[in-house]
Design a protein around this ligand. Structure first.
Ligand SMILES: Nc1ncnc2c1ncn2[C@@H]1O[C@H](COP(=O)(O)OP(=O)(O)OP(=O)(O)O)[C@@H](O)[C@H]1O
Length: 229
């Protein structure tokens, strides 16, 4: 392993969902330097979520290298990838994936436990909840009893509690009205920037792209990869 300045390095990646189908992703090279904030867009079905699944090690490509934070995910077992993801990557899903019967705090605590931390000082929860504007009277409420905007903030708190080097977000604003999207994104960016996280953010909403350093069409990543032909 080499210590370099890139958070993400994909080389000659080929990914198919099924052997007899054409590849969904054929990416000669994709590099994101550490601390960079990338807005990723492209038409429906173009492979954005599939790419995020490779970056988080949920899936591995049939060919090529996926090097994340100096770690070759393509060489790791599923169990080691799960462990790496829990410790180093924060993920915000489109549907949030909160556990409805757990409280706000316990939803976030779960991310700490999955990453192997046995104890989390209350201050750490208070800090991230405060940064995201989650008032104290919500901290012990079940997440099913929250508004969509509140659930979204809890999902961000859960993604950031382990101070992840890499933050991955898949359409996290699609359930918000346009008035709340910019506010939400500002909170998200501020909290992530304070933690020095690299961000890859997928959205169809081009109005959000000015918050980011780079705007990238996934179709521009695709190219010829020998193992894919
Ligand atoms: N689990 C799966 N099994 C087989 N094919 C899949 C699977 N998931 C996605 N696909 C296919 O892979 C292609 C890319 O899908 P993906 O979800 O990555 O696109 P997307 O760009 O994220 O789309 P959207 O903007 O609609 O969310 C599509 O043709 C889709 O049908």
């Amino acid at each position: 392993m080499t210590d370099n300045q890139n958070a993400i390095e994909l080389t000659d990646v080929c990914f198919r969902w099924q052997r007899n189908l054409p590849p969904v992703l054929s990416i000669p090279e994709f590099i994101v330097p550490r601390g960079r904030r990338v807005f990723l867009y492209g038409p429906s079905g173009s492979g954005k979520t599939t790419l995020l699944n490779l970056l988080t090690g949920i899936n591995v490509p049939q060919a090529g290298a996926v090097q994340i934070l100096d770690t070759p995910l393509h060489d790791l077992s599923g169990r080691k990838r799960d462990r790496f993801r829990a410790r180093h990557i924060g993920i915000i899903f489109q549907q949030f994936n909160l556990i409805p019967y757990l409280s706000v705090t316990d939803n976030v605590r779960l991310a700490r436990q999955l990453a192997g931390y046995r104890h989390t000082p209350q201050d750490e929860f208070a800090e991230i909840f405060g940064a995201l504007g989650l008032e104290e009277d919500l901290w012990h409420r079940s997440s099913h009893a929250l508004s969509v905007g509140q659930q979204q903030r809890v999902a961000v708190a859960r993604a950031l509690i382990n101070r992840p080097e890499l933050l991955i977000a898949d359409e996290p604003t699609s359930a918000l009205d346009s008035d709340h999207r910019d506010d939400f994104l500002q909170l998200l960016m501020q909290a992530a920037t304070e933690r020095g996280s690299t961000i890859v953010f997928v959205s169809h909403d081009k109005a959000l792209q000015h918050h980011f350093d780079d705007q990238l069409d996934i179709r521009d990543l695709q190219g010829e990869v020998a193992a894919c032909i």
